[in-house]
Ligand binder design. Structure first.
Ligand code: ZN
Length: 307
């Protein structure tokens, strides 16, 4: 039987009707409501469309991935997230039962994406996996011996973006200093560019867009300031990922996120760093690109909801 899976992002919700890992129908919808109660009518309507489109009447389960820390045993969001922070006040399990006659499973979105890659993407054929998503922020999740690790506060593996890579670094929005995320992510990049020596005469002070796509493009063209920023960012990611390798001892690290448009530069750099710097046998850890960049969260959530 099929399951319904949702991947709730900051501004959009992805929906999938999934059977045996196959996305039979999908939707990607902008949601303006900041509250979960406000989004419920949209969710009900979209699920109704997916069921009608595929002629399904019964579903085996519903899974929802949230962009915050999730207690997946009691189905609670543990950190207040700017959006949907009323979800804990609602009886979501009762809602799923009443509307669709099925059970609800909730999980963190990075864990759902890791499960999607593990079952249907770049993480196949290993049960020891770390996934890192480098985009607006840096997300992570870890699987050891085929089990998602969660810990006593459900954050094990999830906060790789807030492991410090520079104790002398910039302050992060989490309160710590020198996190991987505050040293090399899209939200932090505009300020990082300004702190880099030579900024005043760089293309970025003259109007080039302060994003990683531009940094990599200019660096490829041989522009020195961008090349230095690229090098610093690669080194930050490599340091953070090496920390995760030591923490979780994976066989493979899957990298996803917006910066992977430059995978041709990023993957060899990370692989080299791990080969040279890690206290591991040669080639013990493989660094690969995500294979399901758009739908890993939905596919992984469907897997969790169907098991
Ligand atoms: Zn942080």
């Amino acid at each position: 039987m099929a399951v319904i899976a949702l991947d709730l992002g900051g501004t959009r919700i992805k929906f999938g009707l999934v059977e045996n890992g196959q996305l039979l129908a999908s939707a990607n919808v902008a949601v303006s409501s900041k509250s979960f109660a406000g989004a419920m009518p949209v969710i009900e309507a979209e699920i109704g469309k997916l069921l009608a489109e595929t002629g399904q009447e019964n579903i085996e389960g519903i899974g929802m991935a949230f962009p915050t820390i999730v207690d997946s045993d009691r189905m609670r969001l543990l950190y207040k997230y700017v959006k949907y922070n009323d979800a804990n006040d609602l009886d979501l399990a009762g809602w799923a039962k009443e509307k669709w006659g099925t059970t609800l499973v909730m999980e963190n979105d990075a864990r759902a994406a890791l499960v999607g890659e593990w079952q249907y993407g770049a993480g196949r054929a290993t049960d020891n996996l770390v996934m890192v998503t480098i985009g607006t922020g840096v997300g992570s999740a870890a699987l050891i011996n085929g089990r998602l690790i969660k810990g006593s506060h459900y954050l094990a593996g999830n906060l790789g973006g807030h492991m410090a890579v520079n104790f002398d670094g910039v302050r992060c929005n989490c309160g710590n200093v020198g996190c991987l995320e505050s040293e090399a992510s899209s939200w932090a990049l505009p300020e990082l560019l300004k702190r880099q020596p030579g900024y005043a005469k760089s293309p970025f002070s003259e109007g080039e867009k302060p994003d990683f796509e531009t940094v990599f493009r200019l660096a490829n063209e041989g522009e020195h300031f961008a090349a230095a920023v690229r090098e610093r960012s690669l080194e930050a990611w490599a340091t953070g990922i090496l920390n995760l390798v030591y923490a979780y001892d994976p066989e493979r690290v899957v990298i996803g996120g917006g910066v992977m448009k430059s995978a041709d530069v990023i993957l060899p750099y990370l692989q080299n760093k791990i080969n040279q710097a890690a206290w591991l046998p040669e080639n013990a850890v493989e660094v690969v690109a995500a294979q399901q960049p758009d739908w890993a969260g939905v596919l992984g959530m469907a897997y969790l909801a169907g098991n």
